[in-house]
Design a protein around this ligand. Structure first.
Ligand code: S3P
Length: 431
């Protein structure tokens, strides 16, 4: 599907409630399925990825209904899941795949996973390796890829291990397995990654201990149903925050956005670059804080992004690269080789697409160097391509707002993975 993008934007104004957080929406289904009673989730993100998690649990016999953006799940516990009639199609969703590998690693029946072309290229050994050490038996294509089969399994051993990749998906898979192990497990992260699983585990009445980067998890299978609202997705808000920063004469309020500290690195980076960002009306519902972001247009200057900050901004790096094309000076992003194994190789897709608009970007094995500022416009033709990657498509839609020529986004449907209503939302805030 091709989509004509808005060019030469004059300003963004008003208030927008961005969709629910993708990471939290996935996890809310998972914990809801494990809890006793009926969990009610408001502001659930009905995007392609989160629907995959929802459908997976329905296929395993968990009653789930919805009305508008509210979802009701009647939990069955680890022991109440039923053998699915067919292999589970996880589409484009890395989060569904990796977290469910851990959650389903001790079931009395085998479960098969498959996904789309992009998901089938993404590495799974990072989860299979540690889960195998715990006693799970997972057979994957070339040992690393979907399709894969989780064998029926009766025992998981408790482990003490350091997780070699800084990944919340890997950590979360291991937490779900550790809950079903035969003793306490200790998991140590190499850098702090998003901690939604840890928070939601406690919200549903479970226990987890945290000392520095080490988590101690005891086996537990008693969780209590909850009713809560999913905060707005910081990673979706980020597209509008940058748009309002870069398009002159803008002032935009993004209401009730999740402000979990493991997710707000993008705001730190943007502020460091000179953006005018304010946070108001902070509320802490259950364990996840949220608040309003108010963004006013401003001029940006270059920055450096590397080290432990990378895990916090991993999904926003395409946007940081776009910000850098408009900033004065040279921005260097390093220690971000993980970008190469996202929905696309985001170092290459960001550089390829932004160069089409005149950006000066050098790629490195673990990041990018961006020389700014450069005006953005169609250099050879008016097409930009999402490469089937939602965050690349969304980033290009923001880039187009700055372009004086009209652009067309090919494979625009990719954005349904995390933000199906993006273009409708954009319309409501454009002058
Ligand atoms: C996610 C973790 C991150 C992130 C992804 C969502 C999660 O992936 O990029 O969009 O919900 O746990 P990694 O764990 O691979 O870094």
């Amino acid at each position: 599907m091709d989509k004509a993008l808005v060019g030469s934007a004059q300003g963004l104004h008003g208030t927008l409630i961005v969709p629910g957080d993708k990471s939290i929406s996935h996890r809310s289904i998972m914990f809801g399925a494990l809890a006793e009673g009926t969990t009610v989730i408001d502001h659930f993100l009905f995007s392609a990825d989160c629907r995959r998690t929802l459908a997976a649990f329905q296929a395993l016999g968990v009653p789930i209904t919805s009305e508008g953006d509210q979802v009701m799940i009647t939990g069955v516990g680890f022991k109440g899941l039923k053998a699915p009639a067919a292999p589970l199609d996880l589409g484009n969703s890395g989060t569904s795949t990796r977290l469910l590998m851990g959650l389903f690693s001790k079931q009395p029946f085998p479960i098969e996973f498959f996904g789309d072309a992009s998901l089938s290229k993404r590495p799974m050994q990072r989860v299979i390796g540690p889960l195998s050490k715990m006693g799970a038996q997972i057979t994957a294509t070339d040992n690393d890829f979907l399709p894969l089969t989780i064998a029926a399994n009766q025992n998981l051993n408790a482990v003490e291990m350091t997780i070699s990749v800084a990944s919340a998906q890997v950590k979360s898979a291991l937490i779900f397995a550790a809950l079903q192990a035969d003793g306490p497990s200790k998991l140590t992260e190499s850098a702090q990654t998003r901690d939604h699983t840890e928070r939601m585990l406690q919200q549903f009445g479970g226990k987890i201990q945290k000392t520095g980067l080490t988590l101690t998890i005891n086996p537990q299978d008693h969780f209590v149903a909850q009713h809560f609202r999913v905060p707005g997705d910081m990673s979706s808000a980020a597209f509008f925050a940058l748009a309002a920063t870069l398009v002159p004469n803008s002032e935009l309020r993004l209401a009730q956005v999740g402000l979990n500290k493991t997710r707000t690195g993008f705001l730190d980076v943007l502020s460091r670059m000179g953006a005018d960002l304010r946070v108001e009306n902070v509320v802490s519902q259950t364990d996840e804080a949220s608040g309003d972001l108010i963004i006013t247009s401003s001029h940006l200057h270059a920055t450096t992004v590397n080290g432990a900050e990378i895990a916090n901004v991993i999904d926003e790096i395409p946007l940081i690269a776009l910000a850098a094309t408009q900033a004065t000076g040279i921005t260097e992003i390093s220690d971000a080789a993980e970008l190469r194994v996202k929905e696309t190789d985001r170092i290459e897709t960001v550089a390829t697409e932004l160069r089409k608009l005149g950006a000066k970007i050098e790629t490195k094995a673990d990041g990018m160097i961006v020389h700014g500022p450069t005006p953005l416009h169609a250099v050879t033709n008016a097409y930009v391509d999402s490469h089937g990657d939602h965050r690349i498509g969304l980033m290009l839609a923001v880039a187009a707002l700055l372009s004086d020529s009209q652009l067309t986004l090919t494979d625009a449907a990719a954005i349904d993975v995390s933000y199906p209503n993006f273009f409708a939302d954009l319309k409501t805030v454009l002058d």
